[in-house]
Design a protein around this ligand. Structure first.
Ligand code: HEM
Length: 254
């Protein structure tokens, strides 16, 4: 049965809690005395944000990825709590460290390997593109110029992404079930319906094809690997202790 986004987030939080995330500095009970109701406060806020804008779950998930890869700010909705906010931001670091939609498989593997992730974890984390949307400018080249794309899918996606103009019009990353967190992302790849060039790279006669096939028929295995990789990402070079700060206003440094 399809899992809707709010349930997905709540479930993911629960999975992470059960795993008992902890390391020397981050822990799942980081706020247990200073803010004992934190998790229910977050859950209520996330549920209400997602019910007023169904894309919000996807946006939060992507924010988690970008935050953890560049380690600029936190804490977020992630369960290993205690990440502190950065006092600086670096556009060039963000651009150079976060993989882009035009990347080939080797570049994707390298970008994740630079952060200590295996190709296998990269494929699992990419499954987050089972929800959310992308702007036309990020996939235009693929739908007009690439050969490894389903023709019907290319035609229907072009309707919403002209050759020129409309850069910001959105298309779902998972054409089959755009708001359900499931393994359809991998099924799409096998049907050559990956939206981004980088998505389709995971199933393009390369070293990750077998794993895509496996996830496409075994959602439990995808969910397990995804949750474990998310926990690992949460623990990526966090600012803790006296590094960074806790923002009084999320929009700006103190
Ligand atoms: C493998 C390398 C990855 C590449 C090249 C990539 C690229 C992108 C691009 C280009 C977009 C659309 C952005 C826009 O139009 O402004 C996007 C959206 C998204 N990405 Fe990724 N991504 C990658 C991995 C990940 C990972 C690891 C996660 C989370 C664990 C993630 C979560 C998301 C989500 C949820 C969205 C939709 C956001 C929304 O609808 O607001 N992505 N990604």
């Amino acid at each position: 049965m399809a899992i809707l986004v709010p349930q997905c987030l709540a479930r993911l939080m629960l999975i992470l809690l059960l795993i008992g995330v902890s390391n020397a500095q981050l822990s799942s009970n980081f706020y247990s005395s200073s803010c004992p109701n934190l998790l229910s406060i977050i859950r209520t806020a996330v549920n209400s944000a997602v019910s007023s804008d169904s894309r919000m779950g996807a946006s939060l998930l992507r924010l988690h990825f970008h935050d953890c890869f560049v380690a600029l700010k936190g804490p977020s909705w992630a369960i290993a709590l205690g990440r502190r906010d950065s006092t600086t931001a670096s556009l060039s670091n963000a651009n150079s460290q976060i993989p882009g939609p035009g990347n080939n498989l080797n570049a994707l593997i390298t970008a994740f390997s630079n952060k200590g992730f295996t190709a296998r974890e990269m494929v699992a984390l990419s499954g987050s593109h089972t929800i959310g949307q992308a702007r036309c400018t990020t996939f235009r080249n693929r739908i007009y110029n690439e050969a490894n794309i389903n023709a019907t899918f290319a035609t229907s996606t072009r309707a919403n992404c002209p050759r020129s103009g409309g850069d910001n019009t959105l298309s779902p990353l998972d054409v089959a079930t755009p708001t359900a967190f499931n393994n359809d992302y991998y099924r799409n790849l096998i049907s050559l319906k990956g939206l981004l060039h980088s998505d389709q790279q995971l199933f393009n006669n390369g070293s990750t094809d077998a794993q895509v096939r496996a996830y496409s028929t075994n959602s439990a295995s995808f969910f397990n690997d995804f949750a474990a990789a998310m926990v690992k990402m949460t623990n990526l070079s966090p600012l803790t202790g006296t590094n960074g700060q806790i923002r009084r206003n999320c929009r700006r440094t103190n």
